[in-house]
Structures are given as structure tokens and as C-alpha cells.
Design a protein around this ligand. Sequence first.
Ligand code: HEM
Length: 422
Amino acid sequence: MNDPNAPSSPPELFTWEFATDPYPAYAWLREHAPVHRTRLPSGVEAWLVTRYADARQALADQRLSKNPAHHDEPAHARGRTGIPGERKAELMTHLLNIDPPDHTRLRRLVSKAFTPRRVAEFAPRVQELTDRLIDNFATKGEADLIHEFAFPLPIYAICDMLGVPREDQDDFRDWAGMMLRHTKAGQGGGPRGGVARSVKKMRGYLAELIHRKRQEPGDDLISGLIRASDHGEHLTENEAAAMAFILLFAGFETTVNLIGNGVYALLRNPDQRARLQESLAAGERGLLETGVEELLRYDGPVELATWRFATEALTIGGERIAAGDPVLVVLAAADRDPERFAEPDTLDLGRRDNPHLGYGHGIHYCLGAPLARLEGQTALATLLTRLPDVRLAVDPADLRWRGGLIMRGLRTLPVEFTPFEN
Ligand code: HEM
């Protein structure tokens, strides 16, 4: 069965209403035009793939390249993975913009430094950061959970992991804040010049830090990236800088949205929230773990996977895609496909059969998934345990969503709770 709220005619995409709730439009597309050619707000024409089976197949299809050079648009329309300032050549060598064999080589090298073990060792630090952020607003009885919690946590966490000294981390917070405002995609975001300056400063800082860590290596991820070798091969300084940047970029707004969308979904589904609180109070972790996966499926941070371009003519879901056409896999639509998920519009934190595409699929599957899981689980568990009566402080209709093309997340999340002294 498809969504009964789905509109009966082709939906208008990329409007305010769509940014607030894209799911009825996705239900229509899945049913009537599962592989749909549309004009994006930028003017570029692209295919949207919305059914789960097609989406999964497209994500693994090697004929769909990540390299924007395959796009037969004019040069000004190239360089589109949604990363501000990424047309700069030095940033183009990151994982989301390249294909095998370069991708295979770089990913293998990075995976040697960014290991699940390193992430696991980092758990106490994520807990400490989470508690410190909650301490900052605990006595007020109110907070904006995006700005005071979901936004700073991932940026401090990834800075710590990379080895950015604590005294410099607020600079990163400010630069990242500028980039986050930019992704409001023409809806009142920060000035473009400010974004370009922030990206430039961040890049300059990272290049210098890599240079320093080469002289004086430490036990951090940047030193690990410099040290990582595979059959005698190492990352060049440029590659290491691009990699540090992509880790920051890919791991930042995604995690902000995981926490923001996740808390919001729990506040809108009191039965599920109570279920999770009871399970946490009993000292269990199982529901927290399946719950974070379900929140990724239900309202994930990445609405559309990053750009792909057809290297040759091919067919997806019966539609003929021409060589050079951009293809956007709509993860948020695929993850609500009733052909794959039972009661897809229902949040069920205990859902077991949940092979969601929130982290992508295939060779570009999210490298940071273990870190995202750690942050998401720590943030939600700590928040619900320390602020047991946390509730929305505004009418949901007054909340605004950031309507960027790739990400989906709230601009603010005002909440109230019983204040407490630390
Ligand atoms: C790739 C989602 C957090 C680093 C991806 C992709 C998705 C994704 C969907 C694949 C994109 C595509 O195929 O076009 C998410 C979500 C996150 C998250 C939902 C949070 C909940 C992180 C974190 C990091 C990270 C914390 C690192 C610190 C990466 C990298 C890639 C990637 C490096 C590129 C991998 C490759 O191309 O081989 N992520 N991500 N992500 N993610 Fe994440």
C-alpha cells in the first residue's frame, strides 16, 4: 500500500512545503514516476531514483561515476557534490568525487587510519563532550538543541579525532557554522563570500596542521593519515588535506541532522520515546542501537546521495538514462518504500529487518558510520536520561527545515525541560 496522503498529481519539488515534509511527494514519485527527470533549483536537469530496489542497484552501479568530469553540462555547473568551495582543484581528490582505481587506493589508505577500533577508543571523549554540552544549558530549563547540542557535538568530536588542538576548535565551530548556514540553499543563508572564506581558512589550517604533524606525529587521525601506507604507498600532503576536509565535511552536518531529526522524531512519537527511556533505565542498549538505525531510515540526515553521472547510456527502473546525465538517488524515498519496509511511515525503534540506505551502499558506503553511530547513540541516550521530561517548546508547524538539496535537517529545535543543577 502506498501513502494515502500522497498527492494525486505530480508534486512540486524543492518548495518550502516540500522541505517541511517531502514524504508525500516521494510516495507519489515511487508510485507514478519512480525514475523521474526533473529540473533542480540550480537549473541542472537530473534523474531522481526513488524506489528501494532501483536505488540500491544504482548506488552499486559502476557505470554511474562520481567524477563530475562525466557531466556534460558546461564547466560552471560542474563540481557538484554539495560541498561549498569544492571546485577548487585541491579538494577534488576526495572520496566522494572519484572512482576506482583511485577511490580503491585512497579508501584503503584512509581505512587504515580511521578504524572502528580508533572510533571505539574515542567513546569516553564523546560521552564527556555530550555531558559538557548538556551541563551548559541544564540550569536554564530550555535550549535550542540544534545550536547548543547537535551542532557543536560533531564538530568538536571530529576536531578532537583529527588532532586539532582544543584552543583552535572554536575557530572550526565558527567556520563550520558558516558552511551550515550556506546549506540553507538560497533561503536566507550566510553570504557566499563568507562561506568561501571559511572553507579557505579551514583548508589553510588543515594544510598547516598536516605539515606540523609530519614533523611531530601524535596519536591522532591526521598523524594516522600521514603514516598510513599500503604496499609502500602513502597519501600525498594534498590528499591528506582533502581527506581531513572530507571527514570534517561529511561527518559534520550529517551528524547534526541525525541528532536533530532523531530527537524531533522521538518527541513526535511519545510511545516510542517512552519505550526507549524505559529500556535505557533498565540498562539495556539493544533498543538504542536498533533505534538509531530506525531514525536514520525514518528521517535520515542525507535525503539524496551525492551526485552520480552516467558514463554510458543505461536503464534504471525501465527509464533510459543518457551518457552524461546526472543521477540522484533519493535515500529518503527509498527508505520509505512499502515494497521493502513493512509500515514504512511508522517509527518502530525495535525494527529488526532494516537494511536502510541512510549510509549509502556499495563502494562509497559511509566511512564514518561507526563514528556517527557512536555520536548518535551517546547523544540520544544521554539527553533522554538527563532531561527525562524534555519536550518541544514550539508548535511543530513553526519549525523550519533547512532545504538544501542533499541534506535534510531542522534549523532550530527549541525544547523545555525541568532545570537541574549539575
Ligand atoms: C559517505 C551518510 C556521518 C564520512 C556517506 C554516504 C552517505 C553518508 C549516504 C554515501 C554518499 C554517496 O554514496 O553518494 C552519513 C550519515 C552520517 C554520516 C547519515 C551521520 C549520521 C559521517 C561521519 C563521517 C563520514 C561522522 C566521518 C567523520 C564519510 C565519508 C564518505 C561518506 C568519508 C565517503 C566514502 C566514500 O566515498 O568512499 N556518508 N554519513 N560520514 N561518509 Fe558519511
